[in-house]
Design a protein around this ligand. Structure first.
Ligand SMILES: [Zn+2]
Length: 391
């Protein structure tokens, strides 16, 4: 049992160490995805240098290709020249050394100047980009790349001034010519990122780690340290079933609130000679807090960058009952119990909002059933596996 505690402590320690530097950077759940998209943009810009004339030309059915296909020849040429001219400038703007910061807000933004709802706003004077985390979460990587290209595009100096959404620029005429141009440049970088395999052509969307609610079911085998009165009794492993519901106040929140129910079932049979049967039931409802974080914040793949961990710690109460019977007697005793549970789970993204989980946990639920002389004074450890749904 001491070994289990040490193993548990070392797992917590080893995951907490990188997590704390991540938090220290002002990080939150969406930051690794943001950094990954900026790296994709950088790769797209590098690849755009190979054939600068064709960057804004595309034939295909994808949304971003279609946005390029409708351009006039003049607009295509202008877009390509724009990207060639500002390639280095844009590449250096998206580096952390540019000093442009990102601010996450929960809802969509209302742009008072323009009287419209926006997914993001670039504030040049404050050198920051305000992003709607709900919108950013719901976009796929291509949409995120287009959005970020547009916002960073506002920081480019074109013909001596910053690019605004309003007003025409070159062949992009009309009241929102600037916005059109930046959207087209964003679409061109999406297409370029796909051409250079920096972005998956198949935008298969693994479940993100940015849900607000998570429902989980998990299962574990547990070897319980428990004393038995009947010496002939053969102890068997207990089956543990957990159900939990966790709520994070925002898609970006790392700290959430969790309720979970845990049931332990254990049946045993004595040797034929002794003929003792036993059944044990323990259930506990826990209330607790859960801390989550991206396991590999540096990862570049959309699957790997959504692998995350959750550390639950909670306390609660429930009841225990134990029945021991042989040919002649049946003894049964029930009692209320209190206990605590700590569990560290790693969640692997599947599709359609589902996640697979693997967890290591320790529960401490001491009790003593005097009548049948069964007691448990030690923590029990378990390795669980399960499935969750985040939304
Ligand atoms: Zn804009």
């Amino acid at each position: 049992m001491k070994f289990s505690w040490m193993l548990f402590a070392s797992v917590i320690w080893s995951t907490y160490a990188p997590a704390s530097t991540f938090i220290g950077n002002g990080g939150n759940m969406l930051d690794p995805t943001l950094r990954r998209i900026l790296n994709t943009m950088s790769a797209a810009l590098t690849s755009a240098k190979d054939n600068p004339e064709d960057v804004c030309a595309c034939r295909g059915t994808s949304e971003h290709c279609a946005a390029l296909e409708v351009l006039s020849e003049e607009q295509q040429k202008y877009c390509a020249a724009f990207i060639e001219q500002h390639n280095e400038e844009l590449a250096s703007l998206i580096k952390p050394s540019s000093g442009i910061s990102h601010v996450w807000v929960e809802d969509r933004l209302s742009d008072h100047k323009q009287h419209r709802q926006a997914d993001a706003i670039a504030q040049l004077a404050k050198k920051r980009i305000i992003l709607s985390e709900t919108k950013f979460r719901d976009l796929n990587d291509a949409g995120r790349l287009q959005l970020l290209t547009h916002e960073y595009g506002h920081f480019l100096i074109h013909n001596g001034k910053a690019i605004e959404d309003q007003g025409s620029i070159g062949p992009f005429k009309g009241a929102d010519g600037g916005r059109q141009l930046l959207d087209v440049v964003g679409a061109a970088l999406v297409v370029q990122a796909r051409r250079s395999y920096a972005l998956d052509v198949d935008d298969s969307r693994f479940s993100g780690a940015f849900y607000r609610w998570r429902i989980s079911y998990s299962n574990a085998d547990q070897s319980r340290a428990q004393s038995f009165a009947k010496p002939a009794f053969q102890a068997q492993n207990a089956t543990v079933t957990h159900f939990s519901l966790t709520y994070y106040p925002r898609p970006n929140s790392q700290l959430g609130y969790s309720v979970r129910t845990s049931g332990v079932e254990k049946d045993g049979h004595g040797s034929q000679k002794a003929g003792v049967d036993s059944s044990f039931h323990l259930w506990v409802n826990y209330l607790g807090l859960e801390w989550r974080g991206i396991l590999m914040p540096w990862s570049q793949g959309s699957w790997a960058s959504n692998i995350h961990y959750g550390l639950f710690m909670g306390a609660g109460g429930g009841s225990v009952s134990h029945k021991i019977s042989d040919k002649y007697n049946t003894e049964i005793q029930s009692k209320d119990v209190r206990g605590g549970l700590a569990e560290l789970s790693v969640y692997f993204p599947l599709k359609y909002g589902f996640l697979a989980s693997l967890g290591i946990g320790v529960d401490y639920t001491p009790f003593k059933l005097e009548t049948i002389n069964v007691q448990n004074r030690q923590p029990n450890s378990q390795i669980s596996y399960g499935v969750s749904y985040g939304f």
